[in-house]
Design a protein around this ligand. Structure first.
Ligand SMILES: Nc1ncnc2c1ncn2[C@@H]1O[C@H](COP(=O)(O)OP(=O)(O)OP(=O)(O)O)[C@@H](O)[C@H]1O
Length: 241
C-alpha cells in the first residue's frame, strides 16, 4: 500500500513540529526515518498512524472501507504494557482491531499471534509476565504485538533501541523481510550502519521538515550529515564537526 503525506503540519500547543511534510512511502520498501533528537520523527509516525491529529495537510492511500487500525500497525517508542500480562496475551492485543466485543480469538487470529511470537523469538518467554522481562525482551514483545496486526503498513519507532547486537540484526532483518512480503515499513532509527545495511530508502528529517529522501548515496552525504547531524564521515569513521 502506498502512503502519501501531503503538506502535513503538526504542533504541540503553539509549537509547530511538522512543517509542510510531503512524502510518499511505497509498498515493498523498508524506509529508515532519521534525524536528530526532536526533529519530528515520532510525531510524523504518530500522525501517519492516526494517533495525533495534524493541524493541516492530508494523508492519502488508505482504504475507506477497511478500519484504519487494520491497515496500519504502530510500535510506539514508549515501551509500556501491563506488567502482569503474559507475553502471549500482550501479543494477542495486536488482534484487537479485528475482534468483535467479547468475541473469541479466531484460528486466523491465533495463527497471526503465533507467527509474531515465532518471528520475534519469544516462544520460550510466551507465558512470562511482561514486568519480569528485560528491556530488550519487552521491546520484542511490543514489536510482536505490532506484527500480529498483520497490517500492510508497519510504522515502528526505534524498534532496535535496547536490543543487543544479535537482536538488532534479527529485528532489522525481520523488518526487511516484512517489506519484501509487500508491506510498507517505516522505522525511526538512529544507527547509521544498520540503516545503510537494511533500509531501501532513507528519509532525513530536520526541524520538522524533510531534508532529503533517497538511497544512502544521496542522503548520507557529508554535506547532509554535517548540516543535519553535525557529523561527517572521514576515513570510514563518523566524527562530530
Ligand atoms: N507530548 C509532547 N508535548 C509537547 N512537545 C512535544 C511532545 N512530544 C514531542 N514534543 C516536541 O516535538 C518535537 C518533535 O519531537 P519528536 O518526538 O517527534 O522528535 P523525534 O525526532 O522523534 O526525537 P527523538 O529522536 O528524540 O525520538 C520536539 O521538539 C519535542 O520536544
Amino acid at each position: 500500500m502506498t502512503l502519501y503525506a501531503e503538506n502535513l503540519n503538526a504542533a504541540y500547543g503553539k509549537t509547530d513540529v511538522l512543517n509542510d511534510v510531503s512524502v510518499q512511502f511505497e509498498r515493498e520498501k523498508f524506509y529508515a526515518l532519521i534525524g536528530p533528537n526532536g526533529s519530528g520523527k515520532s510525531t510524523l509516525l504518530k500522525v501517519l498512524a492516526g494517533l495525533k491529529t495534524p493541524t493541516g495537510g492530508t494523508i492519502k492511500g488508505l482504504s475507506n472501507v477497511t478500519p484504519h487500525a487494520q491497515q496500519i500497525a504502530y510500535l510506539s517508542q514508549t515501551r509500556i504494557a501491563h506488567p502482569l500480562m503474559t507475553v502471549s496475551d500482550i501479543v494477542a492485543l495486536g488482534r484487537a482491531p479485528y475482534r468483535k466485543p467479547f468475541g473469541n480469538l479466531t484460528s486466523h487470529d491465533k495463527n497471526s499471534i503465533e507467527m509474531a511470537i515465532e518471528k520475534t523469538d519469544l516462544t520460550a518467554l510466551r507465558d512470562k509476565a511482561y514486568g519480569k522481562l528485560s528491556g530488550g525482551q519487552q521491546a520484542r514483545v511490543l514489536l510482536a504485538r505490532a506484527l500480529a496486526v498483520d497490517a500492510p503498513i508497519l510504522l515502528v519507532d526505534e524498534p532496535a533501541a535496547a536490543l543487543d547486537p544479535y537482536y538488532q540484526l534479527t529485528i532489522l532483518e525481520l523488518l526487511e523481510q516484512e517489506a519484501l512480503t509487500g508491506k510498507t515499513v517505516i522505522a525511526a532509527l538512529h544507527d547509521l550502519a544498520l540503516i545503510q545495511q537494511f533500509s531501501d530508502e532513507i528519509v532525513v528529517m530536520k526541524n520538522g521538515y524533510i531534508q532529503a529522501k533517497g538511497q544512502a548515496e544521496t542522503t548520507l552525504t557529508n554535506e547532509i550529515l554535517a548540516s543535519v547531524f553535525h557529523i561527517k564521515k572521514t576515513g570510514g569513521k563518523y566524527r562530530p564537526v
